[in-house]
Design a protein around this ligand. Structure first.
Ligand SMILES: *[C@@H]1O[C@H](CO)[C@@H](O)[C@H](O)[C@H]1NC(C)=O
Ligand SMILES: *[C@@H]1O[C@H](CO)[C@@H](O)[C@H](O)[C@H]1NC(C)=O
Ligand SMILES: *[C@@H]1O[C@H](CO)[C@@H](O)[C@H](O)[C@H]1NC(C)=O
Ligand SMILES: *[C@@H]1O[C@H](CO)[C@@H](O)[C@H](O)[C@H]1NC(C)=O
Ligand SMILES: *[C@@H]1O[C@H](CO)[C@@H](O)[C@H](O)[C@H]1NC(C)=O
Ligand SMILES: *[C@@H]1O[C@H](CO)[C@@H](O)[C@H](O)[C@H]1NC(C)=O
Ligand SMILES: *[C@@H]1O[C@H](CO)[C@@H](O)[C@H](O)[C@H]1NC(C)=O
Ligand SMILES: CC(=O)N[C@H]1CO[C@H](CO)[C@@H](O)[C@@H]1O
Length: 643
C-alpha cells in the first residue's frame, strides 16, 4: 500500500513539479514501484524524500526563472537594474579596508559611467577588455559597466606575472587592459611583449612615471563620463558575460566562458538551495577574478539584492571581527581557509558573531565538526561546481562531510553520475558495450555531467581554446552516442546518495596495491601536526611498484616532534597510506584560491642532492622516521633498503 502511495506521489511530482514527459515518468515510477521491495529501499526512500523534494523544488524554481529571463531577453545588467529599482539606497557593496559603502544606486551610476566612457572610446558589443586589479572597490562596477555595453571582461588573476600574464591577456584578445595602480610594475614588465594596439587604463593612485607611457588615468575620465543608462545592446541571456581563468595548477591558465545565464544559475542555485534571503549580509574575502568570489558571492548582491562585504585579502586574524562589524550572517570560504581560522588562537569575537552559515567548497572532513563547534556556525553550505561545468552539487541539508548529493530514488532526473575510473590515470573504465560503468554506493568514481548541446540551458560553454574544450568531453558515457563533461574529480557516494569529495585529478596514487587519496591523508596529517600546512603526493622510486607517499610539511619554527608523530600515525592511518618520505620546509606554495601547488614538489622528489630542505624516511624495520641522507638515498634507489 505504501509503495503504491509513494509511487503515486512520485508520479505526480515528476509530471507536474518537474514537468518531465510521460515517457520519462512512466518508466521511472514503474521501476520505483518494482524496486521498492526491500526494507532497505524503503528506508532510503523515507530518509531522502524530503531532501530530494527540496532539491527538485529549487531546480524547478531556477529553471522557471531561467526560462523567464530567456523569454524576456534579460541579462545580468537588466536583472541588476530591477534590484536597483527595488533596493535603491540599501548598501550593495561594502569595502572592508576603506569602509567605503556603495548603495545599489551608486553602483549603478558608476557602472553607467564605465559603459558611457567605453562607448565614447569606440568599444562595443563583443569586444574584450581585460581587468587586472587587486584593490577592488571598483572591480564589480567595472565589469558590470562593460556588460551594460556588451563588452566582455577578461578577469585576470592579479598574482600572475610575466609569461603567464602575457598569455592571459593575449588569449583573451583584449582591446584594452584596465589595471590597478598597485600592479603598475607588473604591467611595465610585460608591456614590451604586448600588442601595441591594446589600450591601457590605470585605476588608483596616478603616477605617470610608474606606468607604461601610453597609459591613461581612468578616474578623471570616469568623472567626466555621463551617468545616464547607456542604450541596451542586442544581448541575450545566452551571450557571453565575461571570462574566468581556471587556476592553472597544470600548465598555463585557460579562459573559461561565463554566459549571463550561467552567472544567474550559479548564484540562484546557491541562493535558493541554501535558503538565503535578501536580508542576509554576506562576507566575501575571496578573489574576485574567480567564480566563487565574483559569482557565488557578488552574484547575491547583483541578482538577489543582498549586501555583500568584500575584503581585498583574506585575513585569519580579522575574520570574525569583520563579521561582527558588518553584522554578516553568511561567510564564504574556499580551500584551506577554514583550517587557517582553526589555527588562530581562541579569541572572544569568534563566539559573538551572528553568522548562521558558512558557504564554500573544500572544507575537509577531518575538521568539519570542529569548525562548526568552535565557531558556533550552525550550517555548512558546502557545494561543488567548477566555473565551466554543468554538474553542480550542493549539501543543502547540513550533512556532515558531504559536498552534495544525487537522488537515489530517481538518479537520472538530474543528469550527473559517478563513473568508474582508474583513479591514478583518470582513464574511464568501460563495459563490453563501450559505455561507462556507473558506480554504486561506496565505489569511488569520477563525477560526470551529461551535455545536451542543443538545449541552451544544458550546453557546455567550454573554454575559449577549442582543443582544451574537447579534452574535457567524453562520449558514450551514460549511453551510446551521448557526450558528457568530465569534472576530473573523484567522489564517492553513500547509500543515501550523499557525495563526498575524495581526490582531485591525478592526485590519487597507488602504493602496495592500494589507492591512496591525497586529500584524505593531508587531512589526517594536518590534524596530527597541529593544523600545519601539509601537502601529500606520490613519488616514483626506482624499482618499486606504484608511487611512494611523500608529505611536505610547512614547519617554519622547526617544532615537529617526530617520535610522537610516528606513534600517532600508526593509529591514524593504515601502513600503505603513511607517507614514506617527509620534507620539512618553511612554507608551501598555494594558488590564489588557497589550493596547494604540488607539481614542483612532485618533480623535486626526495633526492637530498637536489632538495635542500630536511628530508626524512620511514624506516619500517625501526617503525620511525630517520633522516634521509645521501647514503640512505642511494640504498633506497638501488633497492637495498626495503620500503
Ligand atoms: C599572442 O597571440 C598571437 C596570435 O593570436 C601570437 O602570434 C603571438 O605570438 C602571441 N604573443 C605572445 C607573447 O604570446
Ligand atoms: C591598494 O591597496 C594597498 C594595500 O591595502 C594600499 O597600500 C594602496 O594604497 C591601495 N591603492 C589604491 C589605489 O587604493
Ligand atoms: C549591526 O547591527 C546593529 C544592531 O542591529 C546596528 O546598530 C548596526 O548599525 C549594524 N551595523 C551595520 C554595519 O549595519
Ligand atoms: C547542522 O548539523 C549540526 C550537527 O552536525 C547541528 O549541530 C546543527 O544544528 C545543524 N544545523 C542546522 C541548521 O540544522
Ligand atoms: C584501486 O582503484 C582501481 C581503479 O582505479 C580499482 O580497480 C582497484 O580495485 C582499487 N584498489 C583498491 C584496493 O581499492
Ligand atoms: C589550447 O589547448 C591545447 C591543449 O590543452 C594546448 O596545447 C594549446 O597550446 C592551447 N592553445 C592556446 C592558444 O593556448
Ligand atoms: C614556490 O614558488 C616559487 C616561485 O614560483 C618557486 O621559486 C619555489 O621553488 C616554489 N617552492 C616550492 C617548494 O615549490
Ligand atoms: C548535469 C547538469 O547539471 N545539468 C544541468 C545543466 O543545466 C540545466 C539548466 O537548468 C539543468 O536543468 C541541468 O540539470
Amino acid at each position: 500500500m505504501l509503495r503504491l502511495g509513494c509511487s503515486t506521489v512520485l508520479f505526480f511530482m515528476l509530471r507536474l513539479v518537474l514537468g518531465l514527459a510521460w515517457f520519462q515518468v512512466v518508466p521511472s515510477t514503474l521501476i520505483f514501484y518494482l524496486g521498492t521491495g526491500g526494507w532497505r529501499t524503503l528506508h532510503v526512500f523515507m530518509r531522502t524524500i524530503g531532501r530530494d523534494l527540496h532539491a527538485a523544488g529549487v531546480l524547478l524554481k531556477v529553471k522557471l526563472n531561467v526560462k523567464r529571463h530567456l523569454r524576456e531577453h534579460n541579462t545580468v545588467p537588466k536583472i541588476f537594474a530591477k534590484m536597483v529599482q527595488k533596493y535603491g539606497d540599501k548598501p550593495a557593496l561594502i569595502f572592508e579596508g576603506t569602509g567605503e559603502m556603495w548603495s545599489f544606486r551608486q553602483l549603478d551610476e558608476y557602472s553607467n559611467r564605465v559603459a558611457n566612457l567605453l562607448l565614447q572610446r569606440g568599444f562595443g558589443e563583443g569586444d574584450v577588455v581585460a581587468l587586472f586589479m587587486e584593490n577592488r572597490s571598483q572591480y564589480v562596477g567595472l565589469w558590470l559597466g562593460m556588460a551594460k555595453l556588451g563588452v566582455e571582461a577578461a578577469l585576470i588573476n592579479f598574482n600572475l606575472r610575466l609569461e603567464a600574464l602575457v598569455h592571459c591577456v593575449n588569449i583573451s584578445n583584449a582591446k584594452a587592459v584596465i589595471f590597478g595602480s598597485e600592479l603598475s610594475e607588473a604591467m611595465c614588465e610585460i608591456h614590451s611583449s604586448m600588442d601595441k594596439a591594446v589600450k591601457l587604463f590605470c585605476s588608483g593612485d596616478w603616477d605617470p612615471k610608474r606606468v607604461p607611457e601610453v597609459t591613461e588615468c581612468l578616474e578623471p575620465l570616469l568623472d567626466s563620463a555621463p551617468t545616464h543608462t547607456p542604450s541596451q545592446p542586442q544581448r541575450g541571456f545566452t551571450d557571453r558575460l565575461f571570462y574566468i581563468y581556471t587556476s592553472g595548477t597544470t600548465g598555463m591558465p585557460k579562459a573559461a566562458i561565463v554566459v549571463h545565464s550561467r552567472y544567474y544559475r550559479m548564484a540562484a542555485l546557491v541562493y535558493y538551495g541554501f535558503g538565503m534571503t535578501s536580508d542576509d549580509v554576506l562576507y566575501d574575502c575571496l578573489p574576485l577574478y574567480h567564480s566563487a568570489g565574483n559569482i557565488v558571492g557578488v552574484g547575491q548582491c547583483l541578482m538577489h539584492g543582498m549586501t555583500v562585504v568584500i575584503k581585498r585579502k583574506f585575513s585569519a586574524s580579522k575574520f570574525w571581527d569583520d563579521c561582527i562589524k558588518y553584522n554578516c550572517t553568511i561567510v564564504q570560504y574556499i580551500g584551506e581557509i577554514c583550517r587557517y581560522l582553526l589555527n588562530q588562537p581562541v579569541r572572544e569575537a569568534e563566539g559573538q558573531h551572528c553568522v548562521r552559515m558558512a558557504l564554500g567548497n573544500g572544507l575537509r572532513q577531518s575538521i568539519w565538526e570542529e569548525f562548526m563547534q568552535r565557531f558556533s556556525v550552525p550550517q555548512i553550505a558546502e557545494f561543488y561546481g567548477a566555473t565551466e561545468c554543468n554538474c553542480s552539487l550542493g549539501n543543502f541539508d547540513n550533512k556532515t562531510g558531504a559536498c552534495g548529493f544525487n537522488s537515489r530514488i530517481l538518479p537520472y532526473v538530474y543528469p550527473i553520475r559517478l563513473v568508474r575510473v582508474d583513479e591514478e590515470t583518470m582513464e574511464l573504465i568501460r563495459g563490453p558495450d563501450g559505455v561507462c560503468l556507473p558506480c554504486g554506493p561506496g565505489e569511488p568514481g569520477q563525477l560526470v555531467g551529461r551535455i545536451i548541446q542543443n538545449d541552451p540551458l544544458r550546453r557546455f560553454d567550454g573554454y575559449v581554446n577549442q582543443s582544451a574544450t574537447s579534452k574535457k568531453i567524453a562520449h558514450d558515457v551514460f549511453k551510446k552516442g551521448d557526450s558528457a563533461y568530465l569534472s576530473g574529480d573523484v567522489l564517492v557516494m553513500d547509500e543515501y546518495g550523499y557525495m563526498y569529495f575524495r581526490d582531485r585529478t591525478g592526485d590519487t596514487f597507488r602504493w602496495k596495491g592500494e589507492n591512496v587519496s591525497t586529500t584524505e591523508v593531508e587531512g589526517t596529517l594536518s590534524r596530527l601536526l597541529d593544523m600545519k600546512d601539509v601537502v601529500v603526493y606520490g613519488v616514483e622510486v626506482a624499482g618499486a611498484e606504484g608511487k611512494a607517499g611523500m608529505a611536505a610539511v610547512a614547519d617554519p619554527d622547526h617544532n615537529t616532534d617526530l617520535e610522537k608523530f610516528s606513534r600517532e600515525l600508526e593509529k591514524a592511518l593504515p601502513p600503505y597510506a603513511r607517507p614514506v618520505f617527509l620534507r620539512f620546509l618553511p612554507e608551501v606554495n598555494k594558488t590564489g584560491t588557497f589550493k596547494y601547488q604540488k607539481a614542483d614538489l612532485r618533480r623535486e622528489g626526495f633526492n637530498p642532492g637536489l632538495v635542500s630542505d630536511q628530508l626524512y624516511f620511514l624506516d619500517c624495520s625501526k617503525g620511525r622516521y630517520v633522516e634521509l641522507d645521501a647514503e640512505r638515498h642511494r640504498s633506497i634507489v638501488s633497492g637495498k633498503q626495503k620500503l
